[in-house]
Write a protein that binds this ligand. Structure first.
Ligand SMILES: [Fe+2]
Length: 302
């Protein structure tokens, strides 16, 4: 697993160089104390870090959340977007420009069936942006992730956990556990765990058996772990249809009406949902397999 960590070392941005004055200041006991206090100030509804800029954005038509994360302690202010939507790309870029951020990565948790991803469009509008998705998705992108990989923006990183079941290629992105990373930790679960729900498992290689294992299993370190994260870990899903914005691992372990059940009951619930065929699936999935752009110019590298 550790070997995966080095695969993207070349993509890590250089940490800010400290002047000797700044280095001395950080050694001051009062400043060390303040740093520690700041790192434990996280509440149940938001994560706390002096480095992290975090925004939760919403696309109404597909009820999709897009997440913007940036390391504002780095002079470049490198940023990434998780699950951008094509229809809200201009809004996202306006915000990124207003905040003076540099978009580096446009990432997806999985190949979506209910909306077209904004990653391809972002690449055409912001030169240098890399599209990112799991290798297991089978989709086109600039970077393919495997369990245990890390994606870094400045000093902040996300680790990749395989959470298949809604689709075969679903991953969850989790912030690092070290004290200098945002506390409490944040898990971007895609459609694996929704607030008081979960994604459907009846198409795109979905499996209710696999989804249950993805959430509950303790089988390996970087795969299949959501409910084994610390209970105060904030859960940020890809969608919400009821007006929720954020939950925690502990809250879902206690109150999720599907995932609190035993596996057989969960499988029975999932096979009896009788959901309609998703209206966007025939457009969205083929588009999302090529980064959200179907008619590619020959030179495009998505
Ligand atoms: Fe989905």
């Amino acid at each position: 697993m550790v070997t995966h960590f080095s695969r993207f070392q070349h993509l890590l941005l250089q940490p800010r160089l400290l002047s000797s004055h700044q280095s001395r200041a950080l050694q001051h006991p009062l400043i060390r104390t303040l740093t520690v206090i700041r790192s434990v100030m996280g509440s149940s509804s938001s994560s706390s870090s002096s480095k992290l800029l975090f925004r939760q954005l919403f696309e109404k038509e597909s009820s999709t959340f897009t997440y913007l994360l940036a390391d504002v302690s780095n002079p470049v202010k490198p940023a990434l977007l998780i699950d951008p939507v094509d229809k809200t790309v201009d809004r996202d870029l306006k915000l990124i420009n207003e905040l003076g951020l540099k978009l580096v990565y446009a990432m997806n948790t999985h190949v979506h069936a209910d909306h077209v991803t904004g990653t391809g469009l972002l690449k055409t509008k912001v030169p240098g942006v890399k599209s990112v998705i799991s290798k297991a998705s089978g989709s086109k992108a600039d970077m393919f992730l495997e369990p245990g990989d890390r994606v870094s923006i400045g000093d902040i990183y996300l680790e990749v956990r395989a959470t298949p079941g809604h689709t075969a290629g679903c991953v969850t992105y989790v912030t690092g556990e070290e004290a200098d990373q945002p506390q409490p930790r944040m898990a971007f679960t895609g459609d694996a765990v929704l607030i008081r729900g979960c994604g459907r498992t009846d198409f795109q290689g979905g499996s209710s058996d696999q989804l249950y294992e993805s959430v509950h299993s303790q089988a390996s370190f970087h795969a299949n772990l959501i409910f084994t994260l610390p209970k105060d870990t904030l859960i940020y899903p890809a969608h919400d249809y009821k007006g929720y914005e954020v939950s925690t691992v502990g809250e879902e372990m206690q109150h999720n009406p599907r995932l609190t059940k035993d596996k057989e009951t969960f499988k029975s619930i999932m096979s009896n949902l009788n959901l309609a065929y998703p209206k966007m699936i025939d457009v969205a999935v083929p588009a999302n397999m090529v980064c959200g752009l179907q008619d590619l110019p020959p030179q495009a590298n998505l």
